[in-house]
Ligand binder design. Structure first.
Ligand code: ZN
Length: 408
């Protein structure tokens, strides 16, 4: 179980529990904040179940006469939710959001991360920016529209396990999104301050496990150190990482403009005087959409072959723990036309350095864009927050979007 963050409530704290008096919201935004307050209370850190939060969302939807379909993981502890608002016709729009959040353990929060707190013009809480506010806005919008007037549908597609490698979305896309009359567009509501994001890197996580042959350190010739093998492999990875960083042509749409490779976790060995029987490490590769991970990693795979030949008694296994497809920039797609007409943003499309489900939707053939309230700068941080104005902007966007769906 994930630990709670430590926090020291500063007294008096005028914000907590005092949301509506502190900021004056328009009525739709105030309703979105109420729903957000409830959503934040559900501890949907990726290691936890999201079913209680899904039941809450189902309740809201059913109060509007909308049926939800849940699509469970294999042990039925988590689910994706899919709902259709309006008639099952072509040309609808999918609103995509993830229900899980990153852990708060080891972060210093100024207030309980699972209780919405208002300070100044900001609303604090885990998931406020990434990305429960978008979900809250899409649900709040239902109270201010005439569902019966829609001639094209809005679909809600809420996933689990996005933060641990976009693991929930593939089944959601294949089992549900792909089985409705073709929608015109998918809007992934990751925090973009309601700007258009049209591309992101691919994200790949690899876990490398090495077994050696243990022996006392005084008899090093009798064993094989798993640590020694792991270090040689990691040295090659670091050379690859340096070479990627020196690729200064790069792709200037991205910050940084090159692919990145980092080794986030490593462990190995049992004692100082024993050749390590086991070692493992996890590395993270984020590729520009035009680059192919296996090509980048070819020196690493060569080193595995060399070491496997030199140490036949050792084993090296590489497990691809997550592969989030890149999201490639496409100009003039249906999603761009829709989001620009609804949101009124005519500025250049941005590229994100974070991964999301957008690449998975794009790969399934949907015209896709990222556009959502809040800033990615606050995502995953202690004292994550969303500015009040972002909720207002998103509610305006929802109103125009539902309005657009009243026309064929
Ligand atoms: Zn997110």
């Amino acid at each position: 179980m994930e630990g709670r963050a430590s926090y020291v409530p500063t007294l008096p704290n005028p914000g907590v529990g005092n949301l509506q008096t502190a900021i004056s919201f328009t009525e739709p935004a105030a309703r979105a904040v109420q729903i957000l307050e409830d959503l934040v209370k559900f501890d949907t850190v990726s290691s936890q179940s999201n079913l209680a939060m899904m039941a809450y969302i189902e309740d809201i939807l059913s109060s509007h006469g909308i049926t939800s379909i849940l699509n469970y993981n294999s042990d039925r502890t988590k689910a994706n939710l899919f709902a259709t608002i309006g008639p099952l016709e072509e040309g609808g729009v999918i609103l995509s959001g993830h229900t899980d959040v990153v852990p708060v353990a080891d972060q210093q929060w100024s207030s309980d991360p699972f209780i919405l707190a208002h300070r100044g013009d900001r609303i604090y809480g885990r998931g406020t920016a990434d990305m429960k506010a978008f979900i809250a806005c899409s649900l709040a919008a239902l109270e201010f529209i005439e569902i019966g007037a829609l001639v094209r549908p809005v679909y809600l597609a809420f996933s689990y396990d996005e933060e641990v490698g976009c693991l929930g979305a593939p089944a959601l896309i294949e089992d549900l999104c792909s089985k409705v009359p073709p929608p015109a567009a998918v809007i992934v509501g990751e925090p973009s301050k309601m700007r258009l994001i049209g591309s992101h890197k691919s994200v790949h996580l690899y876990e490398v496990s090495v077994t050696g042959v243990p022996a006392h350190s005084s008899a090093a010739h009798l064993g094989i150190s798993a640590n020694a093998i792991a270090v040689r492999l990691m040295a090659v990875l670091l050379q690859i990482a340096d070479a990627l960083m020196e690729n200064d042509a790069g792709n200037q749409a991205f910050h940084p403009p090159f692919s990145t490779l980092t080794i986030g976790l490593m462990k190995g060995g049992t004692a100082a005087n024993v050749l390590a029987p086991e070692a493992s490490f996890v590395f993270d590769l984020r590729c520009l959409p035009e680059q192919v991970p296996d090509e980048i990693l070819s020196p690493f795979y060569s080193m595995i072959s060399v070491l496997s030949e030199s140490y036949p008694a050792a084993t090296i296994t590489v497990e691809n723990r997550a592969a989030v497809p890149g999201f490639a920039h496409i100009t003039g797609g249906a999603a761009e036309a829709l989001v620009r007409s609804v949101g009124g943003d005519n500025s250049e499309m941005l590229a994100a350095s974070f991964g999301s489900e957008a690449g998975q939707f794009q790969r399934a053939g949907f015209s896709t864009l990222i556009c959502g309230p809040g800033s990615i700068d606050q995502a995953h941080q202690a004292d994550e927050f969303i500015e009040a104005v972002e909720i207002e902007k998103c509610m305006d966007f929802m109103r125009s979007l539902f309005q657009a769906m009243r026309q064929a």
